[in-house]
Design a protein around this ligand. Structure first.
Ligand code: CA2
Length: 137
């Protein structure tokens, strides 16, 4: 099984800033844990701060991979383009958020991805990614 994890803007700062919201582990360190925990899965990990690059990756993996786990960061709440990309591919996408976006500012309650996603996992810290992976197994 091939799963791509795609992270959006500022998620490269995980473990370095705002640990009270996002925890103190870098995503790279957590990704190593995931690979150990799910040895049968072939993972790909990609992070970008650039909207068009995220769309390119969604399209690149979106017809051959078995699943995409997408945390589009703040673009979740603003990007019609990323929402359209999720709608336009055949690979199922699980939308993931580290924080519970519904307990935060109202602008974070809107998602252009959820309506086209297979499902949404949010609010469990980095464990949200683990739960999303399990949904594909
Ligand atoms: O909770 C999530 O996973 C979010 O997608 C994170 C985004 C935020 O805009 C979404 O509303 C919810 C922000 C990611 C920023 O990550 C940082 C990590 C450490 C320090 C600063 C930012």
């Amino acid at each position: 099984m091939k799963i791509s994890i795609i992270n959006g803007p500022n998620l490269n700062l995980l473990g370095k800033r705002e640990p009270e919201i996002y925890g103190s582990l870098t995503f790279e360190a957590y990704f190593e844990e995931l690979k150990q925990k799910f040895p049968s899965i072939e993972f790909n990990y990609y992070q970008s701060n650039i909207e068009g690059e995220l769309i390119d990756k969604i399209q690149e993996f979106g017809f051959t991979y078995d699943g995409i786990i997408l945390n589009a960061g703040a673009y979740t709440h603003t990007s019609v383009g990323i929402g359209d990309a999720v709608k336009g591919i055949t690979t199922p996408v699980v939308e993931v958020h580290i924080s519970n976006t519904f307990s935060r500012e109202s602008f974070r309650h809107q998602s252009y991805i959820s309506g086209n996603a297979k499902g949404v996992v949010l609010g469990f810290g980095l464990k949200s990614y683990d739960l999303a992976i399990q949904s594909f197994l």
